[in-house]
Design a protein. Structure first.
Length: 375
């Protein structure tokens, strides 16, 4: 399935409108600013804005801009509970409030469930680096059992040595209670293994392949991959896409191109540069932003000396010193599919487990314009 860029932009703008991002100004940024943010042409942007008008979220005034309608300005509740709803769902997600993509997915889940007269309990956020992580997880699980939720949307916990213990605990608790779980973004086991749970995510292999191919097409054959320690299991899939893209471009691939370490560690970053790296794909945007800061300290100019890209398309990437190329996730498609699969699982608990992956959308910005001077 190919996602048109205008469809992705429309989806992303809808999520930003639902989050209240534009409520203070009552209008969207100018077409010039939006085209720069999404790295698209004016005609592509206008198709996306046409879609927002169809949803009655904006109205356009010639020569003045795009203004939010009453529907666009309506506050969006993160906790939607209604009397007599046919189903009640919980969610367990790491880092809500600090993870842009997960925040959008959870808001979209709430919106979609509300349209189906279902309810979502917004209370299952955990902080992976917390000293009381296991206690918090047990409290959340106990709460959902007490509420007798009909299902749980779960993005596995990562970035902690306890991840396997905690993830297995969560799944076992709900399995014992015969409560279905739909995994979002990542499985709880390493590829090529597959757990006995439905899974909906971005296509990590396709997305990584896409951004690496773009980086190589900038006349750059020295691309490396970095990720922080204890990263999510999706990183292995992104590494597969990374290697396949290089292989298909007849570029020699070996283990020395893939690195695990702290992007804020100057010695770690220097060791990669010493291997001749002229481009670095980061496992996510947070890693990429930290890397850009380290490269600035080392007086490495991006993109003149080195190109950098990431994943997830965080909201501020077009506004940093060197706007970052990234892969954006199709939030609405992932959320819609997760809800549909959950309702199917409730209706038929014994059907085969599904794995659904949607292609990411490449957002090209200045960080991969190899050889260009910084602005």
């Amino acid at each position: 399935m190919k996602i048109l860029k205008s469809e992705f932009i429309s989806e992303d703008l809808r999520n930003r409108i639902y989050s209240g991002e534009f409520n203070a100004t009552h209008r969207l940024p100018s077409e010039t600013d939006l085209s720069a943010y999404y790295g698209c042409s004016r005609p592509t942007l206008r198709k996306a804005l046409d879609s927002l008008e169809t949803y009655r979220l904006i109205t356009r005034r010639q020569g003045l801009g795009s203004f939010l309608t009453a529907d666009g300005l309506q506050p969006f509740s993160k906790k939607i509970i209604s009397e007599g709803a046919p189903a009640l769902f919980g969610l367990v997600f790491p880092g809500l409030g600090a993870n842009y993509v997960f925040d959008l997915i959870c808001s979209e889940l709430a919106r979609i469930l509300a349209q189906r007269d279902c309810s979502l309990v917004w209370g299952g956020t955990v902080q992976p680096k917390s000293k009381t992580l296991m206690d918090a997880v047990k409290q959340i699980c106990s709460k959902y059992l007490e509420l007798k939720v009909d299902g749980v949307f779960f993005s596995p916990i990562e970035y902690t040595p306890l991840r396997d213990e905690i993830n297995n605990y969560i799944l076992q608790i709900f399995e014992d209670a015969h409560i279905p779980v739909v995994l979002i973004d990542s499985d709880v086991v390493d590829f090529p293994q597959r757990s006995a749970h439905d899974l909906v995510s971005i296509d990590h292999i396709q997305s990584s392949y896409q951004v690496v191919r773009h980086m190589v097409e900038q006349q750059n054959n020295e691309i490396h991959f970095i990720s922080p320690p204890m990263s999510s299991r999706t990183i292995k899939l992104r590494q597969i896409g990374f290697r396949e893209a290089l292989y298909d471009k007849d570029i020699h691939v070996d283990r020395e191109l893939v690195h695990e370490g702290d992007p804020g560690d100057i010695d770690f970053v220097k060791s990669i540069l010493d291997r001749g790296a002229k481009g670095i794909l980061c496992s996510n945007d947070g890693t990429a932003v930290t890397l850009l800061q380290t490269l600035h300290i080392l007086h490495i100019k991006v993109p003149k000396d080195l190109i950098v890209a990431g994943f997830d398309n965080l909201s501020y990437l077009s506004q940093i010193r060197t706007p970052l190329t990234s892969i954006a996730q199709p939030i609405e498609m992932i959320s819609q599919e997760a809800v549909q699969i959950m309702l199917e699982r409730i209706k038929d608990p014994h059907r085969p487990y599904k794995t659904v992956r949607y292609p990411g959308v490449l957002i090209c910005r200045r960080s991969t314009n190899f050889g260009a001077e910084q602005e």
